[in-house]
Ligand binder design. Structure first.
Ligand code: 13P
Ligand code: SF4
Length: 323
């Protein structure tokens, strides 16, 4: 079901983008946190895992990504022969910028020095990383498959989990594995406070709480379900509950409402000066105007050096092979 375009000019732009897309044999892949009008030009809307899978099987000549840089980079790594465009040049993920390939190697070497006889630590990188970090990783994961990915690794190996310490901590608790956490975090999730969740639960006592694993542990302990953004859609669809408190980037409520118009979705109440909690500025940089311009001019092309791409591809493909 499509939501109605809000204004006439938006409706015109949507129609122009859809025509251009057909002319250029392009697909538009859209992350769940994008503005609701962007959903209207999407060939696929979803979470990072769904988007990577979609990118790996598309027959289009051009992939236009409405999301942030690491998502478009992942698409390029999987599709070197295709033109991959990012809707807005500087739509980046600040958490991905918190890890650097050289530092990851240094951490690996330090662990080796401390335990010279132990097998080398494995690097599991969240897809929210640069191509350089993926290239020094053993395997990637997303929030949807992180537990399975870690469980697929040999039990005798230490794991360095990069860069989200909250997701890493969650996996550590679920799997009981020996995981070393990188000190990165996502401001949109990390700044959601436990007190705000308690308050939301008091206001909506019948609501189920669905939380993204990038939230802090004290927030996650109030969740009925911890899952990826697409996992939230599935959970809310299958649940008999009618109301849900959604602990992730606020735009997720638009996606949930679009698919489940008869259910209610709430976010916690944030203070006016809490600019980051539950809000990703980078995801919101994409507008219909920008999508049209980018596709028309084929601008913001993603380039990944071949040497890095080949190594990064191995880590992504290993992840896609985990069943
Ligand atoms: P998902 O893969 O769950 O959509 O998460 C992506 C992301 O950037 C979360 O902040
Ligand atoms: Fe990155 Fe957080 Fe934005 Fe997701 S919500 S893209 S992790 S900054």
């Amino acid at each position: 079901m499509l939501t109605k375009p809000q204004t006439q000019s938006q409706a015109q732009l949507i129609s122009k983008i859809n025509k251009l897309k057909a002319q250029k044999n392009a697909v538009i892949l859209v992350h769940n946190y994008q503005r609701p009008e962007i959903y209207e030009v999407a060939d696929y809307i979803g979470d990072s895992l769904g988007l990577s899978k979609e990118a790996s099987k598309t027959k289009a000549d051009i992939i236009l990504f409405c999301g942030v840089d690491f998502m478009a980079e992942t698409a390029k790594i999987l599709n070197p022969a295709k033109k991959v465009l990012l809707s807005v040049k500087d739509a980046s993920c600040p958490m991905a910028a918190m890890a650097d390939a050289k530092e990851v190697d240094e951490m690996k070497n330090e662990i080796k020095k401390k335990n010279p006889d132990a097998p080398e630590a494995l690097v599991v990188s969240y897809v929210n990383t640069t191509a350089d970090v993926k290239a020094v990783s053993d395997i990637c994961c997303t929030s949807a498959n992180a537990v399975k990915v870690v469980e697929s690794l040999p039990k005798d190996r230490k794991i360095i989990f990069v860069p989200d310490r909250n997701l890493g901590d969650y996996i550590k608790r679920v799997t009981g594995r020996d995981i070393i956490l990188w000190p990165g975090f996502c401001h949109s999730h990390h700044f959601i406070k436990e007190a705000q969740v308690i308050c939301a639960k008091e206001t909506h006592p019948n609501a189920k709480v669905i939380a993204h694993p990038e939230c802090k542990p004290d927030v996650l302990r109030h969740a009925d379900e911890v899952c990826s953004t697409e996992g939230m859609v599935k959970y809310a669809k299958e649940s008999s509950a009618k109301e849900f408190i959604v602990l992730t980037e606020q735009g997720m409520v638009n996606r949930l409402k679009r698919d489940l118009p008869n259910k209610e979705f709430y976010t916690p109440k944030f203070e006016k000066d809490e600019h980051f909690a539950g809000y990703c500025y980078n995801m919101k940089k994409t507008t219909l105007e920008k999508v049209y311009e980018t596709l028309l001019n084929e601008s913001n092309e993603i380039i990944v050096p071949e040497e890095i791409r080949i190594k990064a591809k191995k880590a992504i493909e290993k992840m896609l092979d985990v069943k």
